[in-house]
Write a protein that binds this ligand. Structure first.
Ligand code: ADP
Ligand code: MG
Length: 729
């Protein structure tokens, strides 16, 4: 074996279980101890200040300067007591990560002295020099200023020695440069619209909350082996590697017993997560070898998004202690499942109603049916936009790959709800319908909760499935900031509910009763939205043809999927809900195209380097040893004997020659295609060129290399193989 690979495999094999810090018996006692949440505030601040902060947070209002001053003082005192020396405005730039610039609390106090200071101004707003964050042209350099502004609805927290203050990030001219700003706007839009919708049924709802429970899938690999795979280090995924003889075909990994080394990692991570108030609930093996999942108890969407980002960071930070590296990429290994981040989403009221829970009483049921049908409408109308919200270079390798939802957004409702909507739609007399629907709804819906919670009725191939009391959006990628899909989903539903509320009022002004208006509208909506409902196998080719007939978006090219953001219907939606204006949408698309191009560009470079500098030389070496062997045999045998016994070897030599040649040719052609694409200045066109002309080489080159992997002497092969990477003991 190549000495480097051999040593690293040995090193990985020798990695022992590293015991986790012991989880205290009473998790509740340390839960959230590093978070400046309302509970901490109540203990650290005067009652009047606390009350004002609480009210502002509850109402989603800004906190006035004097109050901010008191909060800042209390925050600093609390943080310093916990050992914090620095603080940072923590925000989500448009790059699937988080940004933080740590500043110390110290201020000069005379020539030789410093004091520790933190005030309301520093808490509320800062001007980070962040001109190199992606901005899609909104901040040309002469106006490269951006502001970060405190988001009081997500509590500050301490990581290591730093107090992290969640903030939004906007340009000098007011445009959003992050995920949080539009997320908060979309949440407030859906809250307002849903509150008004609730008003047609009950009159005590003051606030509607959007909830998110994400399920974070990930892979672990041993750090020694990771360090010998430049593709894992640079791209987060393997861009070559022949399938291991055994992978997931025995279905022995999913929910199997978790390897001891991994359990200890999970425990350490959970401890850190609990201290930060992240309510991790579930840990288990996923389908592929080395694949695992964490899921928390669901929370308010803005908080859940922050918690997911903090957790992804923690996952990376805790891994080295256990000699692991975390892979959050959507498709780290070919031939086995990739990773997603299912987003479980619901709307609840401050009066304790889950608007997606079918409920027992007819009145509640109509509320439920109203929200259900409006969600169908939103997903139907904006199915292309929802797909664009999860589109990325990494997720493209996963979606539609017979393991994850296809690149078509449809809704799965289950047999009961499908029947209920069909019945609803069939009625022709509105009065009759009104009477019958009431009793029928009562009858049918009361049995739904039990049935829906049964796993047999959960279509795993659907990208957007109703799962009993919530929708599960399964198309999001594992490395993504789930704000992206949550912005679109909440905005789409907000826009739809606004239209519904307006149509209701209009009909009632025209003299229709509330019931008449409601039934008429819901029936109309069911008819319109029906094409987005699909109960069958989403992986099948028939569905692709059928979906296209139904007018659903079937675009598979990522750069073209992003166009959905700039269609008039999307621009109108974002304007109607005041979530993003046209300039922001255009700028954000520039960032998406640019990011796509860069990811493919990096992969292409790494592939070229590995192919020509790592693989081809090794193949030549092996081929030479075969040639050498042939020459020596020739001296030993008579001509006719030699002819016969050399056939296989010379065939092999020729085959290797062919592969080497093809790899060289294709790599040269790929480099050429890149050069052509690089000359394009329009970001959209460039991304399309990368998609259409560069990326197609990846699989072709990889297949040749994977063939060589099977032929070349195992001892010479330089890269850790799948069978070595994928089985943690
Ligand atoms: P699965 O069987 O899909 O793995 P789980 O029961 O593990 O489902 O739940 C997955 C996620 O869904 C968890 O984060 C859970 O808290 C969340 N969840 C459950 N109910 C709701 C709800 N009403 N709204 C939003 N998320 C929810
Ligand atoms: Mg799930």
């Amino acid at each position: 074996m190549s000495t480097l690979r051999f040593n690293l495999v040995q090193e990985a094999f020798n990695h022992q279980v590293v015991p986790a810090q012991s989880l205290p018996k009473n998790i509740a006692a340390l839960y959230g101890e590093n978070v400046f949440n309302l509970d901490t505030m109540r203990r650290c601040m005067s009652r009047s200040v606390y009350k004002k902060v609480q009210e502002a947070i509850a109402a989603g209002k800004a906190i006035d300067p004097e109050i901010a001053e008191s909060v800042a003082l209390a925050m600093k005192k609390w943080a310093m007591k916990k050992g914090a020396t620095h603080y940072t405005h923590w925000f989500h730039p448009l790059n699937d990560g988080t940004a933080e610039k740590h500043d110390s609390f110290i201020q000069k106090d005379g020539p030789y002295k410093v004091i520790e200071e933190f005030n309301g101004k520093l808490l509320v707003q800062q001007e980070p020099d962040a001109s190199s964050f992606p901005n899609g042209g909104i901040r040309n350099t002469f106006e490269a200023r951006g502001y970060s502004a405190w988001d009081p609805s997500s509590p500050a927290f301490i990581v290591d020695d730093t107090l992290c203050i969640p903030t939004i990030f906007i340009s000098y001219t007011g445009e959003a440069l992050d995920y949080k700003t539009p997320l908060l706007k979309s949440l407030s839009a859906v809250c307002e619209a849903a509150k008004e919708t609730c008003g047609f049924f009950v009159n005590d709802v003051q606030r509607v909350t959007s909830n998110l429970g994400w399920e974070q899938e990930y892979f672990l690999v041993d750090e020694a082996l990771f360090s010998a795979r430049p593709d894992l280090m640079m791209c987060g995924r393997t861009i070559m590697g022949h399938e291991s003889a055994k992978n997931q075909q025995l279905e022995d990994h999913y929910f199997g017993s978790i390897p001891k080394r991994v359990v200890e990692y999970m425990k350490d991570l959970e401890l850190e997560a609990y201290k930060l108030g992240i309510p991790l609930k579930t840990r288990h093996n996923e389908v592929a070898p080395n694949q695992f999942e964490f899921a928390p108890i669901y929370e308010e969407t803005n908080l859940a998004v922050d918690h997911n980002l903090v957790l992804m960071d923690l996952m990376r930070k805790v891994a080295p202690k256990h000699h692991f590296r975390v892979l959050l990429h959507e498709k780290p290994f070919a031939g086995i499942n990739g990773s997603g981040k299912h987003c479980n989403w619901s709307l609840t009221t401050d009066t304790g109603i889950n608007l997606f829970a079918p409920g027992k009483h007819p009145k509640d049921n109509l509320l439920f049916v109203t929200f259900l049908v409006n969600t169908l409408m939103a997903v139907h109308k904006h199915n292309a936009l929802l797909k664009a919200s999860v589109a990325s270079a990494g997720n493209a390798y996963r979606l539609g790959a017979h393991e994850a939802p296809p690149a078509i957004i449809s809704v799965f409702l289950g047999t009961q709800l499908t029947q209920l909507l069909a019945d609803f739609e069939k009625e022709d007399s509105e009065d009759g319908l009104k009477m019958k629907a009431k009793s029928r709804l009562n009858l049918n819906v009361s049995i739904i909760p039990e049935l829906m919670l049964d796993n047999t009725d959960r279509n795993r191939t659907s990208p957007f499935a109703f799962t009993g009391n919530r929708f599960e959006f399964r198309a999001a990628g594992s490395s993504a900031n789930c704000a992206s899909s949550m912005i679109v989903l909440n905005t789409a539903v907000a826009g739809q509910l606004m239209d519904f509320n307006a149509a209701m009022k209009e009909r009632m002004i025209r003299g229709e009763s509330k019931e008449q208006a409601l039934y008429a509208l819901l029936r109309e909506y069911i008819k319109i939205a029906k094409p987005v409902c699909f109960e069958g196998n989403g992986y099948s080719d028939e569905w692709k043809a059928e979906a296209s007939r139904r007018g659903l978006d079937c675009e598979t090219s990522i750069p073209l999927q992003y166009d959905a953001y700039l269609k008039p219907q999307s621009i109108d939606l974002f304007a109607q809900t005041k979530v993003l204006n046209e300039k922001e949408l255009a700028a954000r698309n520039e960032v998406k195209w640019e990011t796509y191009t860069k990811k493919i560009q990096i992969e292409a470079r790494v592939l070229g380097d590995l192919a020509l500098n790592h693989i081809v030389p090794v193949a030549i070496k092996y081929q030479s040893s075969l040639l050498d062997n042939l020459f020596k045999l020739k001296t030993l045998y008579k001509d006719e004997d030699y002819q016969e016994l050399s056939v296989d070897k010379s065939e092999k030599i020729k085959k290797i020659e062919y592969y080497i040649n093809q790899i060289q040719k294709l790599t040269d052609a790929m480099v050429e295609a890149r050069k052509v694409a690089n000359r394009i200045t329009n970001e959209r066109e460039k991304a399309i060129a990368y998609h259409d002309t560069v990326e197609p080489y990846f699989e072709k080159i990889r297949n040749l290399i994977d063939e060589l992997e099977l032929m070349v002497d195992n001892e010479l092969w330089p890269l850790p193989k799948y069978r070595e990477l994928l089985f943690i003991r």
